[in-house]
Ligand binder design. Structure first.
Ligand code: MN
Length: 200
């Protein structure tokens, strides 16, 4: 059985950049719904139920075809959101920590250029999806995935990610996804991103 992880900060901690009501609905309703549906789907598959979410998503071909898309969508929703809550903080340094900073400059030219490219990827994702910063050897790449697809299913390791589904920003930003992305940089936990970078 998968469980909803607690946030490591209060629902209102990311104000004014991400509002309290959005955080509450996003975590308590959306994320929980992915978990409930995933648990329900795996009920009749005890062997799969024993696996971690990472194991399930990194080997989708091993999942029976009739539940594969459901696991991909709802398992992806669980994994992506658990990851997302963890790279947010009310105490953002607002600048990448040391090693990620060096790697960002090497891969994109500068932090500003990286942020532009990342935002463009988020704006170009039509409908629902995510934007990711992926560590590939010594290089960093920006990629976007639709729905709740996760780069983990392609064997790729993410160190930073942004939910660009409307439910992540609509209450505060309405249709203005660009403003949401701009605000979001203020709550990125660069210490956590640095740790992700070092441990992959
Ligand atoms: Mn979401």
């Amino acid at each position: 059985m998968f469980k909803l992880p607690d946030l490591k900060y209060k629902y209102n901690a990311l104000e004014p950049y991400i509002d309290e009501v959005t955080m509450k609905i996003h975590h308590d309703l959306h994320h929980l719904a992915y978990i409930d549906k995933l648990n329900l789907t795996l009920e009749k598959y005890p062997d799969l139920s024993k696996k971690s979410i990472e194991e399930l998503l990194s080997d989708l071909n091993s999942i029976p075809e009739d539940i594969r898309t459901t696991v991909q969508n709802h398992g992806g929703g669980h994994f992506n959101h658990s990851f997302f809550w963890n790279i947010l903080t009310p105490n953002s340094g607002r600048e990448p920590a040391k090693q990620v900073g060096i790697s960002i400059n090497k891969s994109f030219g500068s932090f500003e250029k990286f942020k532009e490219e990342f935002a463009t990827a988020g704006l170009n994702r039509f409908g629902s999806g995510w934007v990711w910063l992926i560590k590939n050897g010594n290089k960093l790449l920006i990629e976007s995935t639709p729905n709740q697809d996760t780069p983990l299913s392609d064997g790729k390791h993410v160190i930073l990610g942004l939910d660009v589904w409307e439910h992540a920003y609509y209450l505060k930003f309405k249709s203005k996804r660009a403003d949401y992305i701009k605000a979001w940089w203020n709550v990125v936990d660069w210490t956590k991103v640095e740790n992700n970078f070092k441990t992959i």
